[in-house]
Design a protein around this ligand. Structure first.
Ligand code: SF4
Length: 323
């Protein structure tokens, strides 16, 4: 717990976020994948009808406004993906839908669906940058571009993948496609060790590009893409200590080690939907009640560390009761 900080986050921030792993199937087996222990082969589907109950729950009257991120496994392997996205896009509680995909599947099979954002994830251990970029153009053809197409480059701590990142960054700059960096976390099979040497090498490599894409700018204010732990899509967060109010980005939150809030009052608003349809709070592991009555419920933070997602930090944390 921070010694000096009294509040972090926004007291009026109540937007629930669901992360929905809709399938256990995936073509890849990346060492850093959090889903590795439960992944199944491409043609082995588990829980393929569980989505029906989830969609029903998400359209209940008692459901507050929410954002949703569709993950897996590889979501495009779910046979009903277009139905799922269509239903979500007509759900009036649903504010934002982000679909994460590894781009292996034939993306031309996808439909353009209003309000859906596609986040193609580049997986350095498994993917080929040329094939990946070719598919980006196909997505543009279908209608996903500008703010609806947000490439996510998973930054591995091995420098041997840096040339692949440069290829993608160059391609995205030439085709006006937004590309951000995703810094990885430890998993049982991957120890994340970003060193200063790693960041210096990445910094030098990105500086050599003719066009440095937005978000990867090397000036101090905008040094987002390759700076330690800074991600251009994260919002800033309010931190207050007495009368001193600061607005920090996610990198500064990490640098200031503002990730320990055990014992503070908090509204934990991140919910995990498992492939079998179970809905569990990411912080408390409590299941979502059938009437949704615990969806925005104050708890005493039980976690040793707060997760590295801006949803965690926008959620209000205070040492007093939250109104
Ligand atoms: S870990 Fe969860 S409960 Fe604890 S402070 Fe972070 S968001 Fe709140």
């Amino acid at each position: 717990m921070s010694d000096f900080t009294e509040h972090i986050g926004y007291s009026n921030y109540k937007t629930v976020t669901f992360c929905w792993d809709i399938t256990t199937s995936c073509q890849y087996r990346c060492s850093y994948c959090y889903a590795l222990p439960w992944l199944t082969p491409v043609n082995k589907f588990k829980y393929s009808t569980a989505y029906k109950n989830v969609l029903k729950r998400l359209s209940m009257k008692s459901m507050p406004e929410f954002n949703i991120e569709i993950l897996g496994g590889e979501p495009l392997l779910h046979k009903n993906i277009n139905t799922i996205l269509n239903k979500l896009s007509t759900n009036n509680k649903c504010r934002q839908i982000v679909l994460n995909t590894n781009m292996v599947y034939d993306v031309m099979e996808m439909m353009y669906i209003e309000r859906v954002k596609i986040s193609p994830s580049y997986h350095p251990e498994s993917a080929n940058p040329v094939a990946f970029c070719r598919k980006l153009l196909q997505l543009k053809k279908i209608g996903y571009h500008d703010n609806n197409l947000l490439v996510n480059i998973n930054i591995h701590n091995d420098t041997r993948y840096i040339d692949d990142y440069l290829y993608i960054l160059k391609f995205c700059a030439e085709h006006e496609i937004y590309a951000g960096a995703n810094y990885l976390n430890n998993t049982p099979g991957y120890k994340c060790m970003y060193t200063d040497n790693f960041f210096n090498t990445l910094y030098k490599a990105v500086s050599s590009l003719d066009i440095i894409p937005t978000g990867w700018s090397m000036d101090k204010i905008n040094w987002l893409g390759v700076s330690k732990y800074r991600h251009p899509w994260h919002d800033d967060v309010r931190v207050q200590s007495g009368d001193d109010i600061k607005i920090y980005n996610m990198g500064e939150i990490r640098d200031n080690k503002l990730n320990k809030w055990k014992g503070y009052k908090c509204l934990p608003l991140l919910w995990q939907i498992d492939p079998d349809g179970k809905i569990i709070n990411e912080c408390t592991n409590e299941p979502l009640k059938l009437d949704n009555s615990n969806i925005q419920q104050q708890v005493v933070c039980p976690c040793d560390e707060c997760g590295w997602s801006d949803v965690h930090y926008k959620s209000y944390k205070h040492n007093e009761d939250i109104e």
